[in-house]
Design a protein around this ligand. Structure first.
Ligand code: NAD
Length: 287
């Protein structure tokens, strides 16, 4: 059984096999695409391959695919050379969030994969800014996956000024092939998800600062009143207060004072209370 979803691209490349790249590779493999993951060197590529195989094994054990492990594994290859992208239909860039590294990586992808659509998984860098360094900006867009990729049902399709409509339509189909929902957004700071998520979190922190309610009650108001699965303060603990402060600072610079980080957030980050990863944020977290 081939198992290929006809909407999925046949040959996919992923540059960077870390947390997100491995998840993106896993998602396309389950949809039946052939996937090559390229890392910065061979040992890192082999380690990424092992992590992806492990998650494929788990998907097979959980029954989330009809395919066997052997069938899925046969679709995966890894390496350390972007020349492996030569025959790809789509290449997704998932290297760390560093503008210069992304520009260099995207230019290398474009040169290595002349027939491919190219996507960046950036969570904060402007697609138009990245597109300015490319020769084929019309074949470039953002595919913003969420962490952890297998459990998340959303992908933001971020459309640059030069992105052609045909690519946007294809991207919607690819996301659908992964069993996820595409939200199409223009290239605006924070896209849709970070902008709204951070806006609610900053207001919740200001309410805590002003003594309006306790953290647990503020979260309960959103969980029970608006059916958010997790309240804004607990979510901030999970994401990391430092991560949210970074995004808020960027949105403040680009969108104005409504995103000014509250003093309480700055103080907690300065004191090392970063949320779940340090054991303390708006809540206490134990192992
Ligand atoms: N982690 C999240 O929650 C999340 C969510 C959405 C989007 N993102 C975005 O996804 C991207 C990747 O984030 P991540 O969390 O997976 O990071 P990560 O550090 O887990 O993975 C990055 C990978 O890129 C590899 N890499 C570095 N330089 C490389 C190069 N020159 N060539 C090939 N590979 C290289 C690293 O070895 C590493 O495996 C970032 O742009 C990030 O903003 C992250």
């Amino acid at each position: 059984m081939s198992g290929r979803n006809l909407l999925a691209p046949e040959r996919v490349g992923v540059l960077g096999g870390g947390r997100m790249g491995a998840g993106i590779a896993h998602a396309f493999l389950l949809a039946g695409s052939q996937v090559v993951v390229v890392e910065r060197d061979e040992p890192t590529a082999a380690a990424a391959g092992e992590r992806i195989r492990e998650s494929l094994r788990r998907s097979v054990e959980r029954g989330s695919t009809d395919q066997t492990f052997d069938e899925l594994e046969a679709l995966l290859s890894t390496g350390a050379d972007t020349a492996l992208f030569a025959d790809r239909d789509l290449v997704v860039e998932a290297v760390p969030e560093d503008r210069a590294l992304k520009v260099d990586s995207l230019r290398r992808i474009e040169a290595a994969a002349p027939g491919a659509a190219v996507a960046s998984n950036t969570s904060s860098i402007s697609i138009d800014d990245l597109a300015a360094s490319l020769d084929r900006p019309q074949r470039f867009l953002g595919l913003h996956f969420f962490n952890p990729v297998p459990a998340s049902s959303l992908v933001e399709v971020v459309v640059g000024a030069a992105t052609e409509q045909e690519l946007v339509d294809d991207a919607r189909g690819w996301v659908e092939a992964l069993g996820k929902t595409a939200v199409v957004v223009a290239d605006a700071p924070g896209f849709a998800s970070s902008r709204l998520g951070v806006a609610i979190a900053l207001e919740a922190i200001r309410m805590l600062e002003e003594g309006v309610a306790t953290a647990a009650d503020i979260d309960a108001a959103m969980e029970l009143g608006y059916r958010h699965p997790t309240g804004p303060l607990r979510t901030t603990d999970i994401v990391g207060l430092d991560v949210r402060l970074g995004i808020a600072e960027e949105l403040h610079a680009k969108l104005g004072d409504r995103f000014a980080p509250p003093q309480l957030l700055r103080d907690m980050v300065a004191d090392g209370h970063l949320g779940r990863k340090t054991g303390r944020g708006f809540y206490e977290w134990s192992e």
